[in-house]
Design a protein around this ligand. Structure first.
Ligand code: MN
Length: 248
């Protein structure tokens, strides 16, 4: 087992240097490292992060039952699969997500599906924020300026994001990323892939994330994914998005 751990560590280091030297550069590498905040283990197993709000706090936009099942069943299931894997899976890091390849096909699938699923949900919860009074909810100045620069206006950006998220075939995610040329772009991924993964054509640092798996909305919205998305804009945590954007 320790041989395998050494191998994983070495391949992780190789992945990091490859990343630093080619695609992403030092600045972006730091951003990837800061994403490690979303993978937490207690030394023995990965742990389910607490939600930063109550299950019913996102009502009426996302209902209590959906949030509770999404967090305690779906998010937990990715963790259970990681924790049920060979003991050294707790050494997995965001770097493994980035490389998305491992010693064998089973481990690679575990990283892509379950480490990805664990990471994506841990990130997603922080990008949601209660808005019980239905107040206007828009990005702060710095991020708004970048959105205006790259999408013409906030409304154009929201329209494009909503359309791309609505059109994802099957299960997946829609992302706002800062790409390697420091341009904001909207990209989508299937299943639990994310824009840190080498398997994605469009990569970059995540600024915003939206889960469009049916389990994220079906109890309240049934087949009306577009309604879920238009309501989701009310509970986007723009402060967190700005933090991810600026890397602070
Ligand atoms: Mn989900």
């Amino acid at each position: 087992m320790s041989d395998r751990r050494d191998f994983l560590r070495k391949t992780a280091l190789f992945g990091l240097s490859g990343l630093a030297g080619s695609l992403i550069g030092k600045e972006k590498l730091d951003a990837v490292e800061s994403a490690s905040d979303f993978l937490v283990n207690d030394g023995n197993s990965f742990v389910l992060p607490k939600l930063p709000y109550a299950y019913d706090a996102l009502e009426p936009y996302i209902d209590k039952q959906t949030m509770e099942i999404h967090h305690t069943k779906h998010h937990q299931a990715y963790i259970d699969k990681l924790n049920g894997a060979p003991a050294n899976s707790i050494n997995f890091s965001v770097d493994d997500i980035t490389k998305c390849e491992s010693v064998d096909a089973t481990t690679t699938a575990l990283i892509r599906n379950n480490l990805g699923g664990y990471f994506n949900h841990s990130l997603f919860w922080t990008l949601l924020k209660p808005n019980p009074k239905g107040e206007a909810n828009n990005p702060g100045v710095a991020l708004a300026e970048a959105i205006n620069r790259d999408f013409k206006s906030i409304d154009d950006f929201k329209k494009e994001f909503s359309e791309k998220a609505t059109k994802i075939f099957g299960s997946g995610w829609c992302w706002l990323i800062l790409d390697t040329t420091n341009k904001l772009r909207i990209v989508t991924s299937p299943n639990q892939d994310n824009p840190y993964m080498k398997v994605m054509a469009d990569r970059g640092k995540v600024v915003l994330a939206l889960d469009v798996w049916e389990h994220a909305y079906y109890l309240k919205y049934q087949n009306k994914r577009a309604d879920y998305i238009s309501n989701w804009w009310n509970i986007v945590n723009w402060e967190k998005a700005a933090q991810l954007f600026s890397g602070k």
